[in-house]
Structure formats: structure tokens, C-alpha cells
Design a protein around this ligand. Structure first.
Ligand code: FAD
Length: 422
């Protein structure tokens, strides 16, 4: 009988969070055994280029690896790839893989990300209907592109817009359908959304806003997308970007608290002993959103949470503390976002969008809570400090682009209004 396999730290998921947790453990001098169990067959790789340079054919897959292949051996980080964890037993401190293998752990780091949300429309299983979540998705899209002219993109979030931009640059006739009256409805204000809409239309992308999809047409392969109005848009390929569902079932089944994601505290601890959760699948009370419990889907968040966990496993202490940031590239628009604009009560436009470089500053109760900066790295880097410090700023002054945002950093702090919390 073989003895059970034990790892001091077992990491489930070999994406951004999982890889960074292992890297941070070794960087911090952790000498115990570390294993990553990953469902994908690939070495850990960067996901953001999938809808950008990789789809465009501008970057090969080997240039997406988070670390060169030799790194994992050198650092003695065991990789069990192509393996899915299907169950967790927190009393026995073990996980079970789909092939029945049981792996015992000292600490478990759940970094399983999310799966594209299940498509709710009849016909969604037709060939030629794709999500953009992993390498396999994008390789399949690329392999079919030669025979494709008309592409319908469903969803006007970052991934849908990035895919639309790349595919239209590749010469495809792209139509994007968004159920809300504007693109980026979940994450950005109207003025930024309008700028991206104008740009996509100028590049030949047809945008159908406020439209509902009713079904996918075609026998075995997709031939069109049926709208709620009854109209059918011809399509040789459909790309769906309607968000993700966090991969948390085994943890929730094991008794971890959570719903839309596993609930963690600011030290990334779940409600189960010695089980941490990080990245897209973890929800926590975010200090940049008035302590609202949120999942943040970004590389920065996954990396920070990974570092927090590594610090604790190494015997130190750390909490999630960094201001969230994010980026998106569409055509020549380089968007950098810092902070969370959720619940903002005022926006200020800095600069003229017609020049191609501008920022939108989001205020809440007079304080700067977020910025969207388009081709404006300077506002982004100074604005970041404003958000970190939660500084108050006068909207008219903020709109004056002869003044740099760093000016506010050297001013005397504005007094808290009477009755404000200590
Ligand atoms: P992931 O990187 O998704 O890794 C999770 C891994 O766990 C996956 O490999 C998954 O297969 C595996 N897994 C799931 N279940 C199991 C299981 N039961 N057992 C074993 N393994 C399992 N963020 C940005 O900040 N900027 C961007 O520009 C940007 N662009 C993006 C573009 C695309 C196309 C996508 C898909 C995402 C983009 N993101 C971007 C988001 C960013 O990639 C994610 O926030 C980040 O990858 C989250 O890391 P993670 O470790 O939580 O999850």
C-alpha cells in the first residue's frame, strides 16, 4: 500500500494566484514541500494576453509563461497538471482529484478562478460558440478564423470589447451585442463608455446596445444569433463574454462559507482551518468599496492575495491592503483603472477625449475613489496615490489639466466633516 502523498502547502489552481502563491513562498524562504494542482495541462501562464496579443497572433504561447519551464523544478514546486480537484475534506486535511488520487496538506490554498458563465440560450452548444477564458478556448477560435467572416460578440465588458477590437483588426465583420444601454456598464461611467463605443464604431464594429439575445441559430455549427426582437444576425462565429462563475463547489461542499465566491477575511482565510482562498474565486470586505463584500477579477488582486497568504504561511502577518488596479487595451486605447468606482456620486473629466488622452475621476462624498485613465499614464500614477490616501478634491480644480494630480498629494489634508467616523 502506498503512503498518502502529503504537501506542506497544496495549491489548487495554476493560474495567476496559484503560481504567485508558490513563487512568493519560495521567495520568502519557505522550505516545505509545495505542490500546485492545476486543471489545465499548461504551465502557469498569463491570462490577459489571451484576448489581446495572443488572439491577435502578436505573441506566441511560450511568451505567456509566468516563469520559464525550468523555474518550477529549480524551486522544487511540484506541478500536477491536467488534474482537477473534485472534493475537499477539511477534517482529514485532504483533497480528492478526479482520478481518485488523495493529496494531504498542511495548508491548502484555493486559487481556482472561475469558469465562463453557463450560456442561458437555446443553441449555445453549437460549434463555433466560444468563451475566452483559457488557452484552449483561444486556440480553438484561432483555428477556425480562416473560415469565418461574420463574428457576433455577446457582452460588452472588457473581454468582449477586447476580442471585438482584435477580430475587427483581423478583418472580420464584428457585431457586439450588449444588454445594457452602454458598454462596460458594470465597471465604468458613461463618459468613458461612450468614448470606447465611439472608437469601436469608428473602427467598423457594429454595437447593438440595450439588446437581448434570445437564442443561437444553426444545425451543428452556429449560423446566427437571434435577438429578443426576432431579428437574426448572421454569424460564422460567436464569442461570449458574459462573466464568470467562481470555481468553488468543492470548498463550499466541504462547509466553507460563501456564495458568489468563497468568503475570506482580509488575511485570505476561509471559514475552514488552514484553508485560504485567493484571486477571482475569493470574496472579501473591500476597504476601497466601503467594506462591501466583493470578488475582484484582476491580476493585481490575485497576486496581492497570493503574497498575503505566503507571508502568513511563513509565520508573518499581512492583510489585503493595496488599491485595486486594472488595465485593458483596445485598438490604440490603453485604459488604466485604479480604485473602485462603485457607488460614486460624481465624475470629473480631465482632458479632451478627442485628443485621445484623458481621464475620468470618480468621487464619492467629495473624495477621489477611482480613476479611469486613457493613454494617460501620468494621471494614473499620481491618481493612484489620491485613491490610496482617500483624498478629497474640488471637482473644478480636478478638471483643470494645467494642474497635475500630484499637486493634491502635497496639500494639507482636508479636515473630516464633523461627525465623521474616527
Ligand atoms: P485563474 O488565472 O483563472 O486560474 C485558476 C486556475 O485554476 C485555472 O487554470 C483553472 O483551470 C484552475 N482550476 C479551476 N478549478 C480547478 C480545480 N477544481 N482543480 C484544479 N484546478 C482548477 N486582469 C487584469 O488585471 N488585466 C487584464 O487585462 C485582464 N485581461 C483578461 C483577459 C482574459 C481573456 C481573461 C480570461 C482574464 C483577464 N483578466 C485580466 C483577469 C485575470 O486574468 C484574472 O483575474 C486572473 O487570472 C485571476 O487569477 P486566479 O488565479 O484567481 O484565476
Amino acid at each position: 500500500m502506498t503512503s498518502p502523498e502529503f504537501h506542506d502547502v497544496l495549491i489548487v489552481g495554476g493560474g495567476h494566484g496559484g503560481a504567485q502563491a508558490a513563487i512568493a513562498l519560495r521567495t520568502s524562504g519557505f522550505e516545505g514541500t509545495v505542490m500546485i494542482v492545476g486543471r489545465e495541462p499548461e504551465l502557469p501562464y498569463e491570462r490577459p494576453p489571451l484576448s489581446k496579443e495572443y488572439l491577435a497572433g502578436e505573441r506566441t504561447f511560450d511568451r505567456l509563461h509566468i516563469r520559464p519551464a525550468a523555474y518550477w523544478d529549480e524551486k522544487q514546486i511540484a506541478l500536477r497538471l491536467g488534474s482537477t480537484v473534485v472534493a475537499v475534506d477539511s477534517d482529514a486535511r485532504l483533497v480528492r482529484c478526479a482520478d481518485g488520487t488523495e493529496l494531504h496538506y498542511g495548508s491548502l490554498v484555493w486559487a481556482a478562478g472561475g469558469d465562463p458563465r453557463a450560456l442561458p440560450w437555446p443553441g449555445s452548444d453549437r460549434d463555433g460558440v466560444h468563451s475566452v477564458r483559457d488557452r484552449e478556448d483561444v486556440d480553438q477560435i484561432i483555428s477556425e478564423l480562416g473560415g469565418v467572416n461574420a463574428v457576433v460578440v455577446i457582452g460588452g465588458g472588457y473581454i468582449g470589447l477586447e476580442a471585438a477590437a482584435v477580430l475587427s483588426k483581423l478583418g472580420k465583420k464584428v457585431t457586439l451585442i450588449e444588454a445594457m444601454p452602454q458598454v462596460l456598464a458594470r465597471v465604468a461611467g458613461q463618459s468613458l463608455a461612450n468614448h470606447f463605443e465611439l472608437r469601436h464604431r469608428a473602427e467598423g464594429v457594429e454595437l447593438l446596445l440595450g439588446e437581448q439575445v434570445a437564442g443561437i441559430e444553426g444545425d451543428t455549427r452556429v449560423s446566427g444569433v437571434r435577438l429578443a426582437s426576432g431579428a437574426i444576425l448572421p454569424a460564422d462565429m460567436v464569442i461570449v463574454g458574459i462573466g464568470i462563475a467562481p470555481c468553488v463547489e468543492p470548498l463550499i461542499a466541504a462547509g466553507a462559507q460563501g456564495g458568489d465566491g468563497v468568503l475570506v477575511d482580509t488575511r485570505c482565510r476561509t471559514s475552514l482551518p488552514d484553508i485560504y482562498a485567493i484571486g477571482d474565486c475569493a470574496a472579501y470586505a473591500n476597504r476601497f468599496a466601503d467594506e462591501k463584500v466583493l470578488r475582484i477579477e484582476s491580476v493585481q488582486n490575485a497576486s496581492e492575495m497570493a503574497n498575503v497568504v505566503a507571508r502568513q504561511i511563513c509565520g508573518g502577518d499581512a492583510e489585503i491592503n493595496a488599491v485595486p488596479w486594472f488595465w485593458s487595451n483596445q485598438f490604440d486605447l490603453k485604459l488604466q483603472t485604479v480604485g473602485l468606482s462603485l457607488g460614486h456620486d460624481r465624475t470629473v473629466l480631465r482632458g479632451n477625449p478627442d485628443t485621445g488622452s484623458f481621464s475620468v475621476v470618480y468621487l464619492k462624498g467629495g473624495k477621489v475613489v477611482a480613476l479611469d485613465c486613457v493613454n494617460n499614464a501620468r494621471d494614473y500614477s499620481h491618481g493612484r496615490r489620491l485613491v490610496e490616501l482617500g483624498l478629497a478634491a474640488d471637482p473644478d480644480e480636478l478638471a483643470d489639466t494645467t494642474r497635475q494630480l500630484k499637486e493634491w498629494l502635497t496639500r494639507e489634508p482636508v479636515a473630516e466633516p464633523a461627525g465623521a467616523k474616527p
